[in-house]
Design a protein around this ligand. Sequence first.
Ligand code: APR
Length: 174
Amino acid sequence: MTSPAIHVIAKQGDITTEEVDVIVNAANPGLLGGGGVDGAIHAAGGPAILAECRQRKRELPGGQLPRGQAVATTAGRLLARWVVHTAGPVWSPDDDRTEVLTSCYRESLRVAGDLGARSIAFPAISAGVYGWPMDDAARIAVSSVRAAPPGPVREVRFVLFGPEALQVFQRAMG
Ligand code: APR
């Protein structure tokens, strides 16, 4: 059950326009950008984000962000204060990677909380290029946030790119 203090909403929109303390990026282990949310965040936030991604990369063993883990950078020109980059699992019909996707939400909340963030916006991690079925991605996202240990974060927004994804998340929120 969500600690009473956390307010969770789902909305449709472009996550790069959210006015929150932390915007979460659906990144990849290489941390050097990509398409989807990753491409949009770097395009809107500007080169300062990539510069700090390179710094985080240098601090990581093997220069790779393990899937399920999260690191923070500046948000550059975005309205947020920080971007938390997490690398989601790639969907596999043969291998249950639920725990890795759960970890993306839990670790992003932990990193955001350590920064003192009060509000955070998540995309539907792994539900795009990484192929995770949206209904299951939404179920995991909502349950992960609700199960997260209490911290400074008081507001969680799931920001969905289309009306279908929004409906799926609203159903998952019950
Ligand atoms: N705002 C909100 N949601 C968005 C936006 C946006 N600007 N752009 C895309 N989305 C949605 C997608 O429609 C999808 O539902 O975010 C969800 C996640 O999709 P991806 O961005 O493809 O992320 P993911 O499936 O986790 O794949 C990550 O893709 O872009 C590359 O570098 C990235 O290798 C990494 C992989």
